[in-house]
Design a protein around this ligand. Sequence first.
Ligand code: FES
Ligand code: FES
Length: 173
Amino acid sequence: MASVRMKVDGVVYEDEVPARRLLVHHLRDGLGRVGTPVGCDTSNCGSCTLLIDGDSVKSCSVLAVQADGTDITTIQGLANGEWHPVQKAFQEHHGLQCGYCTPGMILATVDLLKRNPSPTEDEVRHGLEGNLCRCTGYQNIVKAVLSAASEMRGEGAHKGSFQDAPEQQEVSA
Ligand code: FES
Ligand code: FES
C-alpha cells in the first residue's frame, strides 16, 4: 500500500492505495467519482480522459501513486457555477448521443483549446484522435469544438459550415 494525496475537483483526498491501482479505479471505486467512465482495457478509447494539473491524461494509463500531489479535474468538477463553454457547445451542437465518450471528449477539448485557441477543423480532428466515439460520426463533435473555440475567443458561437468537408460527409476523427 502507498499513501496518496490529491485534489479532485477542488476537494483534497488522502488515502492508502495498492501500489498497482490505476488512477481511474481509485477515482471511481475509492473516491466514488464515477463521472469518469472506463471504455476499454487498452488505453485506446479516451473515455477516461481527465485533466491532471491542467493537462489531459487517460486515467487508465496512470497509476494512482503517480498522481500523488496533483490537482485533478474530472467532468464532475469542470462546471464552475455554470457550464464550461465546451460543455455548452457540446449540448448546443448535439455533440453526443449515448454520452459514454463525452466526459473524455470534453476534457480533451479543454486541453486542446488551451494549447491551440484557434484550431482548424483538421487540427480539431487530429487533436481528438485519441478519443473514440462510436455514435456520432464526429461531425457534431467537431462543430461543437469549433464553436467553443470561437466562444472562448470572445467571437460568439461558431455558425459557419466546415471548411474542409461537407456537413453530411461521414469522416473519422
Ligand atoms: S478506458 Fe479507454 S482509454 Fe482509458
Ligand atoms: S456519444 Fe456514444 S460513444 Fe460517443
